[in-house]
Design a protein around this ligand. Structure first.
Ligand SMILES: C[S@@+](CC[C@H](N)C(=O)[O-])C[C@H]1O[C@@H](n2cnc3c(N)ncnc32)[C@H](O)[C@@H]1O
Length: 251
């Protein structure tokens, strides 16, 4: 159980099915319904273009298999979250600066950004050994979760120009980008420590108007605490969007 404080009220939330087979299966059903709804409502050509990208990501998973068996083979994002990423990457593609993602797993969010970024240089940091040791602040996760294969990610993204995959635990792997300036940074590392370290690295390297987006701000306690603490003494305003993302625009 975790506690959510809302005003003076404390709302207890049952968190016990998160990351279980049933929790993931439920998420798959909800995501499939959301995709249908977005396809129905978003008829303008601009968002239709984004939805085609999102639909392609969803087409990679077998709907019935992922609903019945849950698991991590399914996309970990809701359709609306992927559409948000596509829009942010599209807007930033004209802004200058490099793109980065920390935490790519099998490449869903990275591919969505690739399909909107144009020729921007995109650095993708992925440990491939899964999550680092987990602290008490990150109760949902286990060390080693989301391990994946570098060759699969390279194969998936090889056709996109100026895309560099850097293996290992960030920020130990940040050497090649120490001198870069960024306009689009997507963090999806699930844990407090990794989120905090990535913010510390990227924040001073963001262009004015550039965007840092973190997944899991809505429901992963380590992530929201890292983001809230980091920006507590900064001028930027946090903008939670979608089910579980937060966007920060650098001033
Ligand atoms: C939830 S998954 C990311 C999902 C991914 N964005 C997608 O599109 O499916 C979290 C990933 O973060 C990676 N990760 C966690 N901490 C990391 C770190 N410090 N450096 C690099 N990768 C990290 C894990 O290996 C894992 O693949």
């Amino acid at each position: 159980m975790i506690e959510i404080v809302s005003g003076n009220e404390v709302l207890p939330i049952d968190d016990s099915i998160a990351n279980t087979r049933w929790g993931m299966s439920l998420k798959r059903v909800v995501s499939r319904l959301e995709l249908l709804m977005l396809r129905y409502y978003k008829r303008n050509p601009l968002e239709q273009a984004g939805l085609r990208v999102v639909s392609d990501v969803y087409a990679r998973e077998s709907a019935m298999h992922s609903i019945l068996f849950g698991g991590n083979s399914a996309t970990l994002f809701s359709p609306g979250e992927l559409l948000n990423l596509w829009n942010q990457a599209r807007i930033m593609s004209e802004h200058g600066g490099a793109f980065a993602e920390v935490g790519a797993f099998k490449g869903d969010s990275a591919e969505v950004a690739c399909r909107a970024k144009g020729d921007r240089q995109f650095y993708i940091f992925e440990a491939f050994d899964g999550l680092a040791p987990v602290d008490a602040i990150d109760p949902r996760f286990k060390q080693g979760a989301f391990a994946s294969q570098k060759r699969d990610l390279c194969r998936r993204l090889e056709s996109y120009p100026n895309t560099t995959i850097i293996a290992g635990y960030f920020p130990d792997t940040a050497g090649p980008v120490l001198q870069e300036k960024f306009s689009y940074v997507h963090l999806d590392v699930d844990l407090y420590q990794a989120t905090r370290e990535a913010l510390t690295f990227f924040y001073p390297r963001m262009l004015r108007g550039g965007r840092i987006i973190s997944h899991d701000y809505g429901h992963c306690s380590g992530v929201w605490q890292a983001v809230d603490e980091f920006f507590a003494n900064k001028p930027e305003v946090l903008e939670p969007v979608g089910v579980s993302q937060v966007i920060v625009i650098k001033q």
